[in-house]
Ligand binder design. Structure first.
Ligand code: DP6
Length: 360
C-alpha cells in the first residue's frame, strides 16, 4: 500500500446534506511512538491497548456549499460551545488530508464534539479526537462509494487519523493495535495502524488501566515539540532500534501471557520515553514528585504481593496503572488506599482495554 491507494476516484453524486456520529476511544501505548519524519511517518513502530471509557464523540453535519470560496468551511463546537482555539488544528488536518478527501471544500461542516473525560484532566484528546473525525469523514466517503469494504474503511480512517495526530491512527480498532513498519510483522505499515496480527493470551483480554491524574494542567511540552527533539538527539538511533527489538520480544510475551516480561518491557518503554526527554536539548522533566512516589509504591506493592501491577506514562506526569482482570480486586484496593492520595484532587479514571470506535 502507498498513500496513492487512498486517493479516491472522482465522485459522481455528492449528497446535498447529511449528518453522522462516531465515538472513538483513546489508546495507551505500550511501545512508544516518539520521534517522527515528514508527513507524520513514525521514526519507530509502536503498539498500544485501545481504551474503552476515555473517548471522544463527534457529530459531523455537512451541507453542500452553494458557492465554493476556495477554502475550508467549518464551525466547531466543543461541549456545546463554539471553540475557536481548536480550529487551527482542524485546519491543518483538513489541509493535510484534502488530497485524499476531495469533497472537503464542497461542504460546510458543523463539528460538534465532546469527551468522556474532563477537559482539564491532562489527558490528551488528540488521539480520540482525530480518530473520530477521520471516521465521520469516512462515513461521508462511504455514502459516495457504497461498495467500499470494512477493511479499507478502517485502514483509510487510520491513515487519515494519523495525519491529524500520529497516535490517533491506533484509535480506530481494538484491542491491541500496532503501527509502523516492522520486519517481522506482515502487513505492518508506517501509513496506518493494524490490529496486532499475532496471538494475544487471554490474560491480556480484560486488562485494566486506571489513570491517575497527577497533574491536570496543560502539557508542558507539546507532542510536536517533543517528537522534533528526537531529530538531533544523541541517543535516538539506539532508541529507535530498541523499539523494534521490544516489538519482536513482545510477540512471544503476548502469545504466552508472560506477565513478568510484559511488565519489564512496558515500564522500560515508559522510562525510556522520559529519559529521551531528559537528555534532549532543551531538556525536560515531565514527571512530578508524585509520579515517582506512585512508581515507588507500585514497585513495593508488586514485590510484596507477587501481583502483576505495572505502570506506563505518556509524555506527562499522569500514571497509567495496568493490571490483569484476575488481580483487579486487590490492585484496585491498593490504588484507592495508597495511590489516590498522590492525584490532583484525588482524581483518577477507571478504564480498561476496549474494542475500538463505534458509529452511533
Ligand atoms: C508519548 O500522537 O500526540 O503518547 O503525531 O505529533 O500528534 P503527534 O503526536 P502524538 O504523540 C504521542 C506520543 C506518546 C506515545 C504514543 O502514544 O505512542
Amino acid at each position: 500500500m502507498t498513500h496513492k491507494n487512498f486517493v479516491p476516484s472522482i465522485y459522481l453524486h455528492l449528497k446535498n446534506e447529511g449528518k453522522v456520529t462516531w465515538k472513538a476511544p483513546s489508546n495507551i501505548a505500550l511501545i512508544k511512538y516518539w520521534g517522527k519524519k515528514e508527513n507524520q511517518i513514525p521514526a519507530n513502530p509502536s503498539v498500544s491497548f485501545t481504551l474503552d471509557a476515555c473517548a471522544t464523540t463527534t457529530t459531523l453535519s455537512y451541507t453542500k456549499l452553494q458557492k465554493k470560496n476556495g477554502g475550508f468551511s467549518f464551525d466547531l463546537f466543543f461541549e456545546g460551545k463554539p471553540k475557536e482555539d481548536f480550529k487551527p488544528k482542524i485546519l491543518t488536518f483538513f489541509t493535510r488530508i484534502e488530497k485524499y478527501m476531495p469533497f472537503l471544500k464542497e461542504y460546510h461542516f458543523k463539528i460538534e464534539t465532546e469527551n468522556s473525560f474532563p477537559h482539564s484532566s491532562g489527558i490528551a484528546s488528540s488521539a480520540s479526537g482525530m480518530a473520530v473525525l477521520a471516521l465521520c469523514l469516512m462515513s461521508i466517503e462511504k455514502e459516495l462509494n457504497p461498495e467500499m469494504d470494512l477493511g479499507f474503511f478502517n485502514q483509510k480512517a487510520s491513515f487519515l487519523a494519523r495525519l491529524g495526530s500520529g497516535s490517533a491512527c491506533r484509535s480506530i480498532e481494538g484491542d491491541v493495535v500496532q503501527w509502523g513498519n516492522h520486519k517481522e510483522i506482515d502487513g505492518s505499515s508506517d501509513l496506518f495502524a493494524i490490529k496486532y496480527p499475532f496471538k494475544v493470551h487471554n490474560v491480556f483480554k480484560k486488562y485494566h488501566d486506571t489513570i491517575l491524574l497527577v497533574d491536570k494542567g496543560q502539557k508542558q511540552v507539546s507532542s510536536t515539540v517533543g517528537h522534533n527533539l528526537m531529530n538531533d538527539h544523541p541517543f535516538s538511533k539506539k532508541r529507535f532500534k530498541q523499539a523494534h527489538e521490544n516489538l519482536s520480544t513482545l510477540q512471544a510475551v503476548f502469545a504466552k501471557g508472560n506477565l513478568d516480561r510484559f511488565i519489564e518491557i512496558v515500564e522500560s518503554e515508559a522510562l525510556t520515553l522520559h529519559a529521551m526527554m531528559m537528555t534532549s536539548l532543551p531538556y525536560f522533566i515531565l514527571m512530578k514528585p508524585n509520579t515517582l512516589k506512585i512508581i515507588d509504591k507500585i514497585w513495593e506493592f508488586r514485590k510484596t504481593t507477587n501481583t502483576h501491577v505495572c505502570f506506563t506514562l505518556d509524555a506527562g506526569a499522569n500514571v497509567h496503572v495496568l493490571y490483569p482482570e484476575n488481580e483487579k480486586d486487590i490492585v484496585f484496593q491498593f490504588i484507592k488506599d495508597e495511590l489516590v492520595v498522590y492525584c490532583e484532587e484525588q482524581q483518577y479514571i477507571c478504564d480498561r482495554i476496549g474494542f475500538g470506535a463505534k458509529q452511533l
